[in-house]
Design a protein around this ligand. Sequence first.
Ligand SMILES: *[C@@H]1O[C@H](CO)[C@@H](O)[C@H](O)[C@H]1NC(C)=O
Ligand SMILES: *[C@@H]1O[C@H](CO)[C@@H](O)[C@H](O)[C@H]1NC(C)=O
Length: 342
Amino acid sequence: MIAKYILFGLLTILIVEARKPKGCISIKSVTKPIQHAEGPHWDSHKQLLYYVDTFKADALKWDPKTNEVTMFHIDDRNSIGIIVPIKGDPKGFVAGADRIVYQIKWDGKENNTAKYEEILMVDESKPNNQFNDGKADAKGRLWIGTLTRNPDQSVKDNGGELFVITDKKLLKDNQQVNYTSISNGLAWSKNNKHFYYIDSAKRNVVIYEFDLEKGVLGESRVLFDLAKYPDIPTSGIPDGMTIDSDDNIWVAIYGGGCILHVHGQTGELLLKLDLPVTYVTSLAFGGPNLDILYATTSRMRLTEAQIPSQPLAGTVLAITNLGVKGLPANEFEADEWKKQSC
Ligand SMILES: *[C@@H]1O[C@H](CO)[C@@H](O)[C@H](O)[C@H]1NC(C)=O
Ligand SMILES: *[C@@H]1O[C@H](CO)[C@@H](O)[C@H](O)[C@H]1NC(C)=O
């Protein structure tokens, strides 16, 4: 009888082992929760992760070697979209907070020791606009989008734009996409011939032809449409995204509790990975081999009663064993900004 049970146990173990995918995907949280973690940027030179707490107007830095988090708050602002290092300037960053682009100097060692300077304002005629997601392209231009925040925190349709910022003046008519509702995730293909873009309200990912030399977008088509996936709740919207070295995209589904791996040319859904939090905001590959997928998450929309069932909401999750690698993130490049001693 006992022998039978032992045999049964062994068989079960063997079957389970055989079914396991090669190298099990592991998901663990690496930071303490904050309200709304967003905009992850992996710094390959310093091996650090930068991200923001959007509605606290805080920028944060997490060091995986010490596990320490440091931060700085931008005074007088209601929100921050992103923080991106300036190329060749170890203490330099560009950030978008409310409608304002900032130049920042911060050594990252201690809290609230950053110096920052307002450089320019976008959407001058739209006081309720604020920056959302943004990234530098391979030539160091900053692509950053806006949205219109209603007083009740909802978002007004078609109130935003996607801007390209290259120097201290706001280039006239530099909106690359007009009438966006929630300008969000961005990514470029490895050869920089394509640009991927998410307006969350449209629940899709659009692929554009991209001219890297000129920094302009060409023809576009919808690559991936969430409406075709009824098992993803309609409350789930695409938020931030990143791309892997196979030119396939990874999309955070805010309100959908998952991330999606999508073929970069056909739009085929390659993988849906459920996460232990409902509100996943964005993604960035990091780690020494760029094979750890960091996911920022939020607890802002959870009620007090819901939080105990999602203790990891608001943390940064590290997802490993996905079998893919990312591409190094571009940095902002502007000689004019480096000279400035702010
Ligand atoms: C710095 O800020 C981080 C993030 O809020 C916090 O976890 C940490 O304890 C702070 N460090 C100090 C020395 O107060
Ligand atoms: C967006 O609008 C501006 C004018 O406000 C215009 O100059 C620009 O060409 C438009 N961009 C696109 C991509 O249509």
